[in-house]
Design a protein around this ligand. Sequence first.
Ligand code: KIV
Length: 288
Amino acid sequence: MQEISAAQNRPADSSKALYGGKGTRRITVRDIVAAKERGEKWPMLTAYDAMTASVFDESGIPVMLVGDSMGNCHLGYETTVPVTLDEIAMLSAAVVRGTSRALIVGDLPFGTYQEGPVQALRSATRLVKEAGVGAVKLEGGERSLAQTELLVQSGIPVMSHLGLTPQSVNTMGYRVQGRGDEAAHRLVRDAKAAQDAGAFAVVLELVPAELAAEVTRSLQIPTVGIGAGPECDAQVLVWTDMMGLTGGKVPRFVKRYAELRSAMSGAARAFAEDVVGGSFPAPEHSVH
Ligand code: KIV
């Protein structure tokens, strides 16, 4: 099969492109839906602090997710389950402050929307008002239908998250989702339910590439894949995984674009050696 180059993938009017376009104002969910109409693919990264987010913003990443993955890769928890709304609100506010162009999506953590639409609205309103996010993400299609509907009717854009939903780790584990006819039909139903309820995008995590391609073709809103093959409209990765900062094993679907853990460890050791050996601070680092 012939490889499609990035240039071939760009829309005819590339000034509007989410990545590489000329726009400098903050991206909105309308821009995201328009990108699907143009057939444009786009990248999304997680971010949990202002400085890292500013680097991604300067690099043109159009959408950042303040994901509850901060539990594992920023706050030292074993799963996403203990993450609180206060933690997401504080770090979302930092990411918003560190950016001027990207659409910032704040994750609704476990226990802040499952009770029902009113709880979801209260939680999402905090992220919009206190942190300034442009959208929220929640897990589940049909099971979160009423929540999605009320949020969207109230003016809060919603990104749905289907397939492997890490907040259900205690019932679901970390396994590929959507394998077999029944599970595949359920996933397609969930994706349509999310779209019908007004979601502006759907994350598909760890689902077979063929199924993700079918869902992508059948929706008017974009799919954002993570371990879901190349046919999704967008791709998201956890930034600490793709930049080689995460310690230990990372999922197979992660491509590593840098080796920050070894670079940082090397810098820390070099500093320690200099201090112990007396070569830091040198004259140029001292004031008189
Ligand atoms: O929390 C997160 O980072 C996520 C992405 C993996 C989609 O939900």
